[in-house]
Design a protein around this ligand. Structure first.
Ligand SMILES: Cc1cc2nc3c(=O)[nH]c(=O)nc-3n(C[C@H](O)[C@H](O)[C@H](O)COP(=O)(O)OP(=O)(O)OC[C@H]3O[C@@H](n4cnc5c(N)ncnc54)[C@H](O)[C@@H]3O)c2cc1C
Length: 532
């Protein structure tokens, strides 16, 4: 068996005769002796003439390529011991699937509603039709872009790349997603993505599988307390007007980085929490045609995939980087509380919108804001995050986003007018450079011209719009766990998991952490579980 690389022009299919000839050369055999040829990786090289680059595994006729990844079967767990999972985001769902594989019964408690009801709430949030009694805009506290079935990743671009391969076998996540309906291209693409239009159906199929095998889902069930009890852990929750309790020996806590009530609960109990660095900044929105032109060096054609971008640089000792770029996407209101404005991005699978958006954010460490740390302890950066989100609302007195043209932001002058934005609730010209903490605003001011001059010519333009605020990049708090057992240091039997616990960022790494916690909770010795 050998690996070969083949390139073809974008828009052209792989030519099997060319593959066969290259395979024969690599294997040192005649073309008639070439057996299976399998694509294992596909990426775009746009440095000169835009090309697809394929990495392929090829074998002689008398050899066999190794099998593709084999998923463990899900067991029937109707009468198996229960593990409670709080939260049905990627960490919670993949923990549940892994528990099925280990023969344990997942009981999922989710504060939000199922995907169908959630879609309606999200549409109402986008169009601004949810109002408080006094006529101010309202976001449902348990059903929004962050909370509800599937978690924060459900209405997203569904980008599936991660740098954290040491945390587990990414193939376990990708193959399961394919088993639940994702396109198999995610198995080979260097930058796989699913798209919002397809994610909802996948999330629902995962639920149906979990229930069919004996697991349970409880929607509209917001967990409010944890305590030790004879069975292990008692979990208290509010469901409608009722208080309900559940008990189990093991509980996986996968509540995501927006569940501020969970951090506040632990703090009120005097349980361990640690402040953790995160990143905050703006969403930058450019015409997608400009990004295509920059990234394909002016050679973009409509049959080519819509261009993405990413950059990272350092400004005065802190990272400034693009985050969660959505080609041809939409900006969405991702706040979870009234009187705040938070933005994020999503795209459909075709990524065919006219605008490209991306977070552009600055790293923040606890020592950058000593006054918040002194006042709020481990929750210092969370309080900072929350204050900036409220500042954005105050600037517009609505869910409209404060916005400024890119060059105006860097020159520190308000914009007289604004270009079109994909953000449905609307935009209002405002001095973002003043609304953001100076730590962030100053570094962004230096970073944008640098990116435009050195990394992506044309990126620094007044046709680009900056909108505030991108603040939910990762958790500003860590819930510390034992590195060996993964149990919470303040409550053994509880497994802080995923992004909210501070152990992952993004869909795939959160799913991987869910798998790790499920393995730990089940006591299984799986060598594929990755390291802390
Ligand atoms: C609009 C948007 C777009 C994004 N795009 C991408 C992308 O393209 N690619 C990518 O990798 N990442 C993306 N992300 C980030 C990604 O969604 C998260 O990193 C990931 O979902 C984290 O997974 P998690 O399971 O740890 O937490 P979450 O997905 O946040 O899930 C937590 C779950 O817990 C529930 N919950 C919270 N508190 C309680 C409680 N007290 N009781 C019961 N249930 C509770 C919530 O309702 C939620 O369902 C995006 C996020 C957003 C908001």
């Amino acid at each position: 068996m050998k690996e070969i690389e083949i390139s073809t022009a974008l828009g052209k299919e792989l030519d099997s005769a060319v593959v066969k000839a290259a395979a024969a050369r690599a294997l040192g055999v005649k073309e008639t002796m070439v057996g299976e040829c399998r694509v294992i990786r596909r990426s775009i090289d746009a440095r000169k003439e835009p090309l697809w680059k394929y990495r392929m595994a090829v074998a002689r006729k008398d050899e066999q390529l190794p099998d593709t990844y084999e998923l463990k079967p899900y067991k029937d767990v109707h009468s198996a011991p229960e593990v409670i999972i709080v939260g049905s985001g990627p960490a919670g769902m993949f923990a549940a699937l892994r528990l099925l594989q280990e023969g344990l019964r997942p009981i999922i408690l989710e504060r939000g509603c199922d995907i169908h009801e959630r879609k309606r709430d999200i549409a109402a949030l986008n169009t601004g039709s949810l109002l408080n009694a006094d006529g101010t805009p309202h976001v449902k506290p348990d059903s929004n872009f962050c909370f509800g079935e599937g978690g924060a990743g459900t209405f997203s671009d569904g980008k599936l790349y991660t740098r954290s391969s040491k945390r587990g076998d990414i193939r376990e996540v990708l193959y399961q997603l394919c088993a639940f309906g994702a396109d198999e291209s995610i198995l080979i693409d260097a930058h796989p993505h699913i798209g919002s239009d397809r994610l909802a159906a996948i999330v629902e199929k995962i639920r149906l599988c979990i229930i069919e095998h004996g697991g349970e889902y409880h929607f509209n069930t917001r967990v409010t307390d944890f305590s030790s009890c004879a069975e292990g852990i008692k979990v208290t929750a509010v469901s409608g007007s009722e208080t309900v309790t559940y008990t189990a020996a093991k509980v996986i806590l996968a509540t995501g980085h927006s569940a501020r009530d969970i951090y506040r609960l632990f703090e009120s109990k005097g349980w361990a929490l640690q402040a953790k660095g995160f990143a905050l900044g703006v969403r930058a929105e450019h015409p997608q045609s400009l990004i295509n032109k920059i990234q394909y060096s002016g050679k973009y054609q409509s049959y080519m995939p819509t261009a993405e971008y990413s950059f990272v640089t350092q400004v005065e000792g802190r990272g400034v980087f693009s985050f969660c770029m959505c080609p041809g996407g939409l900006l969405v209101p991702s706040m979870t509380e009234d009187e705040t404005v938070v933005l994020n991005g999503m795209s459909n699978s075709g990524r065919s919108g006219k605008l490209a958006n991306s977070g552009v954010v600055v790293s923040i460490e606890p020592e950058d804001f000593p006054e918040y740390m002194e006042k709020h302890g481990a929750l210092g950066l969370m309080e900072l995050q929350s204050e900036v989100e409220r500042n954005m609302y105050r600037a517009t007195s609505s869910f409209k986003a404060p916005a400024q043209r890119m060059m105006d932001f860097c020159r520190r002058i308000p914009s007289k007018d604004l270009p079109k934005s994909s953000y449905h609730p609307g935009v209002v010209s405002a001095p973002l450079h003043e609304l953001l903490p100076e730590h962030v605003s100053w570094r962004l001011k230096l970073a944008f011209p640098y990116v435009g001059n050195k990394l992506m010519h044309g990126y620094y333009t007044n046709d680009a719009l900056l909108l505030g605020v991108e603040s939910r990049t990762s958790s500003p708090v860590r819930i510390p766990r034992d590195p060996e057992t993964l149990e919470y240091v303040s409550l053994p039997g509880l497994y802080p998991c995923g992004e909210g616990a501070g152990y992952s960022g993004g869909i795939v790494s959160s799913a991987l952490d869910g798998i790790r916690c499920a393995i730990a909770a089940s006591g299984s010795q799986d060598s594929r579980s990755g390291s802390e």
